[in-house]
Design a protein. Structure first.
Length: 429
């Protein structure tokens, strides 16, 4: 692992010498996560972007190089990274911007925002407090309350909630965001979080069915705090998620009554077929799903959630289920139910890579059997799902019965899935 800017730059030169500019940029991305300003990093980045024909992005880097004392140039570059969801890469230019313009509220706010998205909640709070002291605008007050809640400190959020309430009434906007914070606070006080499933519930009021410790209860090391960087799930894990989903439908989301299951993609068809059998409701084609009749929509991952968001963002009568969601990327819509949080996930019938006995990467081919046969494999595993896991989830669901944002309580429009969390973890950058 390259652990210094000097070492990164040396390796970058080797990549550039053989015209591997994309590989060089991936290395420079690591250099941009160091807070100190290094002109050479920006020079090499601009050069690589030019060589790849990405001229607009190169312009932003060159503006920084041409005017290294101009805070606005660094701010524009940092904002570009934020707009692209590359929050970690925004930190270096935004830190430099802060050094040049420490008393600008918008600079402090934007740096705090990027830090929050990079799981650095304490640091984010420090810069957000600076923004608040300079100019307590409504979005800054909201963020102060939100950050305190993310840190599990509802009492410290209370003064900002009161101030926000006053601002909302005064400016006649922001009531939905205030309502969200109050619900977040209520869930936090009712069930103080201990792990990522608890934090997910407190933050959203929705369901995370399975976490790392459910798969590996005796493994002490949990580098992603209940989530996965890369995971190749097996049929038992799939069956465990679907059994938990069935339990949720039977005990929590009893209204409305869902009359069908739909799969967003071919890859998700075995999941939908298995759920159809388990819930005794038909599976229909995505194109045939009724406009308003309540149904269960099955997505495989974050990409599929983003694809369907425009159809379901304002239709809370449907139950949106994603087998996995990438916890390092934001989605246009928050699924009601998530199986796993995994940066990159493979279902057992997908082509995938696994680690062999000697640590080597082993490519496993896709399972070419029909969706019906793959669903059969899932069904065979249902009886093997550990009863202790099911019983613990049943208690978990029941204890929070009145606080779930599911079924008739689903938000309209639906919220988004956001990356910020007080729990960071091992991930691919």
């Amino acid at each position: 692992m390259t652990d210094s800017v000097e070492a990164i730059l040396k390796e970058v030169e080797q990549k550039f010498a053989s015209e591997r500019y994309n590989e060089g940029i991936r290395l420079l991305n690591r250099a941009l996560r160091f807070p100190e300003y290094r002109r050479e990093v920006y020079e090499r980045y601009a050069f690589a972007l030019r060589m790849l024909g990405r001229h607009q992005s190169a312009d932003l880097f060159e503006q920084v190089l041409l005017q290294p004392r101009r805070a606005d140039a660094f701010f524009q570059l940092g904002n570009r990274f934020i707009d692209e969801g590359m929050f970690g890469l925004a930190l270096a230019p935004l830190y430099r911007c802060y050094q040049l313009a420490p008393k600008e509220a918008v600079v402090n706010y934007t740096l705090a925002y990027a830090l929050m998205k990079e799981f650095q909640i304490e640091a984010a709070l420090s810069f957000m407090r600076r923004a608040y002291e300079i100019e307590p605008l409504i979005h800054v007050i909201y963020s102060m309350a939100y950050l305190h809640l993310l840190l599990g400190n509802p009492e410290q959020a209370d003064p900002y909630l009161l101030e926000l309430d006053h601002k909302v009434r005064q400016e006649e906007e922001g009531m939905e965001r205030l309502k969200y914070l109050r619900e977040f606070r209520k869930r936090l006080l009712a069930h103080p979080p201990k792990d990522i499933r608890d934090f997910h519930f407190a933050q959203y009021g929705t369901v995370l069915l399975r976490v790392f410790k459910d798969d590996f209860p005796h493994v002490q090391e949990d580098p992603a705090h209940g989530r996965y960087a890369v995971a190749s799930f097996n049929y038992y894990q799939v069956a465990s998620v679907l059994r938990a989903f069935q339990l949720l439908i039977e005990t929590v989301v009893t209204k409305p009554a869902y009359s069908y299951v739909v799969s967003v993609s071919q890859q998700g068809t075995p999941l939908a077929l298995a759920l159809s059998r388990m819930l005794a409701i038909p599976m229909i084609a995505f194109s045939d799903s009724p406009e308003r009749s309540p149904g269960i929509i099955v997505a495989v991952n974050s990409d599929e959630i983003n694809e369907i968001a425009r159809f379901y963002i304002d239709r809370p009568e449907h139950l949106i289920f994603a087998f996995s969601v990438d916890w390092t990327r934001e989605t246009a819509m928050l699924p009601d139910v998530i199986g796993y949080l995994a940066q990159l996930a493979f279902l057992p019938w997908q082509e995938r890579l696994e680690i062999g006995e000697n640590g080597e990467a082993v490519r496993l081919p896709a399972d070419e059997r029909s969706p019906v046969q793959l669903a059969d494999e899932i069904m065979k595993q249902l009886d093997q799902v550990e009863q202790s896991y099911v019983s613990a989830l049943a208690r978990y669901f029941k204890e929070r019965q009145e606080l779930w944002k599911l079924g008739l309580n689903t938000d309209r429009p639906r919220k988004r899935f956001l990356v910020e969390s007080p729990l960071g973890g091992a991930r691919f950058m």
